[in-house]
Design a protein around this ligand. Structure first.
Ligand code: SF4
Ligand code: SF4
Length: 259
């Protein structure tokens, strides 16, 4: 009788840099699916969940959460990049810098002095960057935190050797599909839905709360058009711009590029 050999499971690692660990928590919150996942992948490295992981192993898929704000983060990230065949930036900090990268709007050295005084000079801290500012990534799953269903769908695609489905519609499109009232047009409040990538099913506007852009910009985000729409509602431009850039510096549309 011939022995049958099952295909080896993909070796997976989930690594956190500097962040709130909310995306890793979403992974742990997939309670109903975790046992099935454990049958499908060899989860070798997940320090938030287990201190018994085998750090430093070659990975088929690495999920990396958080922003790069220190030399330590950078070293960890380069190490993961070298070991991983596929690297997925997990969450808006990894994709865009997230709230950590708000430091781009300030004098960072002054911020460090204000918070830590003279002791701050000795800390391992540097301007926040996204994971994909530092290394090449194959895929991005945005969100603050990520959406559980989007994560599971992406894992299913990756395990079949396919890329995760790209998200390209803005939150506004999902808001319209839900037939929610438009907070911008009807209440004249700043809502980042027009320039934020969908995938959350317009959760916030559906309960009467404006979108604050936590998933980062949609691929075709048109900042000038959004600012013009806000101006029509009497919203102050500086305030609108600050809100739009809370989680990411939004690329200016090609319409504003010099000819
Ligand atoms: S409420 Fe916000 S997300 Fe919904 S349609 Fe209006 S601007 Fe777009
Ligand atoms: S509606 Fe906007 S702020 Fe709310 S979860 Fe979606 S992207 Fe984030």
């Amino acid at each position: 009788m011939t022995a049958t050999h099952s295909a080896p499971k993909p070796i997976v690692g989930i690594v956190g840099l500097t962040g709130c660990a909310g995306d890793q928590l979403v992974v742990l919150n997939c309670e109903r699916e975790l046992l099935d996942l454990a049958q499908l992948v060899d989860l070798r490295e997940f320090p938030m969940a287990s201190s018994n992981g085998a750090e430093g192993v070659a990975l088929d898929i690495a999920f990396v959460e958080g922003a790069v704000v220190s030399q330590r983060d950078e070293d960890v990230l380069h190490g993961v990049r070298e070991r991983a065949r596929t690297l997925v930036a997990l969450g808006t900090c990894a994709a865009w810098g997230g709230v950590a990268a708000l430091d781009r709007l300030f004098d960072r050295d002054q911020l460090v002095r204000d918070v830590y005084g003279d002791a701050g000079a000795a800390f391992d801290t540097r301007p926040a960057r996204s994971v994909r500012d530092v290394v090449a990534v194959e895929y991005v799953i945005p969100g603050c935190p990520i959406e559980r269903d989007e994560l599971l769908q992406a894992i299913a695609h990756l395990l079949q050797g396919n890329p995760p489905l790209p998200r390209d519609v803005p939150v506004c499109a999902e808001c319209r599909m839900r037939e929610s009232n438009c907070l911008l047009m009807e209440r004249g409040v700043i809502c980042c839905g027009p320039v934020t990538v969908g995938g959350c099913n317009a959760r916030c506007p559906a309960v009467g709360t404006p979108c604050i852009g936590c998933r980062g910009p949609s691929p075709d985000a048109n900042l000038p058009a959004a600012l013009a729409a806000f101006a029509e509602q009497g919203i102050i431009q500086d305030e609108a711009r600050r809100r739009l850039e809370l989680f990411a510096a939004i690329p200016i549309s090609r319409t504003e590029e010099p000819a």
